[in-house]
Design a protein around this ligand. Structure first.
Ligand code: PSU
Length: 305
């Protein structure tokens, strides 16, 4: 069976030339942000990657094919639609086999990136262990994916709606390197400091690229999580956000929101409760991650050349 993969002309050229590429996901567009900021951010993230000297590859599944790099019309169609499936490792192959369409989460984007030969991926914040997981068992497929698929993921940490200590504990158990960029602390998505110490710190994209290559040399499966704190000017201190997170979680529980619907519900409630401040911060951190991912992708190309 041949891989149902369609790169855009820009991505196909970059792959043929060995130019640095950065994967971007599409769930953040369909389930993570409201219209029209979702489309503006998707475009701005692509531009940020280009400005930093790499080629962006926004991933999605359309009519049974993995699209690597989306044209303007497709991107806008995704951003406008309200009933797109949210794909992760568990349903990715089934969607392709049925000729379906869907947005890729972190786990599905990592699978698509590996299939396309792209080693670096920028997102906002990864999924992780949900609060109350001791009874709900709700743990994002993103964590298992990091343990299995050799892609370096740049994020502002795991989303602060999660149980962060448990999320990082699971990543440690799974053997996923968590590298804090230019910080001794792990960030908390909208805030720069989660209060948790960083297991590893690196200050230079070249070093992060070498660590990625070294895992392959050692024959280790899985990727790396690079935590990149939101720029100081854009952060929302954790104390300001805590009441909104608590209220949103209580609402989700009262309304019986479960499984894939939890994260989009919480992000939307927090957006309304903070009068849009959480979205402004989310956009800033996505662009910041796109820039760092491009720098790592460039170094990775240089080190393997
Ligand atoms: N980053 C953001 N916003 C998002 C996401 C990432 O800034 O909405 C998405 C990613 O696609 C990630 C998903 O994989 O949230 C996590 O969803 P869940 O907790 O259901 O696994």
């Amino acid at each position: 069976m041949t891989l149902p993969l369609t790169p855009s002309p820009e991505v196909a050229r970059a792959l043929a030339e060995g130019a640095p590429l950065v994967a971007l996901e599409s769930t953040i567009i369909t389930h993570g942000m409201p219209w029209p900021q979702n489309l503006e951010t998707a475009r701005a993230a692509e531009d940020a990657v280009r400005a930093a000297g790499a080629v962006p590859a926004t991933m999605a599944v359309i009519e049974g094919r993995i699209r690597v790099g989306l044209d303007a019309e497709t991107l806008e169609g995704f951003a406008r639609s309200t009933d797109v499936a949210k794909l992760s490792r568990a349903d990715f192959a089934a969607c392709l086999a049925r000729g379906g369409s869907g947005a890729t989460t972190v786990s599905a984007t990592m699978i698509a990136a590996r299939a396309a030969g792209i080693a670096v991926f920028a997102t906002g914040g990864i999924g992780g262990v949900h609060r109350g997981a001791e009874t709900s068992f709700d743990i994002s497929a993103d964590l298992q994916e990091l343990a299995q698929t050799p892609v370096t993921v740049v994020a502002a940490g795991a989303k602060a709606i999660l149980d962060l200590p448990k999320t990082y504990e699971v990543l440690e158990t799974l053997g996923v390197p968590v590298i804090a960029y230019r910080s001794d602390r792990l960030p908390a998505f909208w805030s720069r400091d989660s209060g948790l110490p960083a297991p590893l710190r690196m200050d230079d994209p070249a070093e992060i690229a070498r660590a990625h290559a070294m895992r392959a040399t050692l024959g280790l499966p899985g990727g790396q999580l690079v935590t990149n704190p939101i720029p100081e000017a854009d952060e929302i201190p954790s104390d300001d956000l805590a009441p909104a997170i608590t209220m949103a979680l209580a609402e989700a529980e009262a309304r019986g929101i479960a499984a894939k619907a939890v994260t989009p519900f919480l992000l939307d409630r927090i957006f309304h409760m903070t009068d849009g401040r959480s979205l402004t911060a989310n956009i800033a951190l996505v662009l910041n991650n796109a820039r760092l991912a491009a720098a790592i992708a460039r170094e990775l190309g240089a080190s393997s050349a």
